[in-house]
Design a binder for this molecule. Sequence first.
Ligand code: PCA
Length: 204
Amino acid sequence: MKILITGFAPFGGEAVNPSWEAVSLLPDSFYTLGGEQAELAKYEMPVSYDRCGQIIEELISREKPDCVICVGQAGGRMGLEVEQIAINLKDASSPDNDGVACHGEPVTEGGPDGRFARLPVRDMTAACRAAGIPGKVSFSAGAYVCNCLMYHVLELIENRYPDMRGGFIHVPYECRQAAAQEKQKPSLPIGTIADGLLACLKAL
Ligand code: PCA
């Protein structure tokens, strides 16, 4: 099985994004819990509403993966969160890294309001917790660029790649980011975030 996995570039004034840092620590190849060999193709995504859809489309057509897992930072969350749903909405107080701000626009004009992950979200979070790392299913990926990318992936699955699986995992701050803030925020060491991601992937 080939898995296309992406993390995001830093945004919002942060020096690092734990999603990309953790993805880059993952092994290139491993065995799933079912004994299947999995190969990873890793890419860093820009934090851009307008470009993320086209880039993931190009990556999918180049890599021809069996599964697409996009990973992003969700500062303030306690553990890894496997997203159940992407919504057809772009709405956030902060602009993206291209300076684009969205306040209530759809990801895709005329698209369905929501699209469910094409992943075993419960098995993945259970595997994460079994590895000793906090994880849960989340019912909101927000309405910023992560949700936008997840919506695009699920739209591509529905319209062009019906046999492909795909979805999104949010990760918390890594410890250095939390340590830089005076107000206490939950965080995990970057190696632990990577271990949690690998546990999730092994449940595919
Ligand atoms: N997190 C943001 C966008 C990029 C990232 O890592 C989000 O949750 O939308």
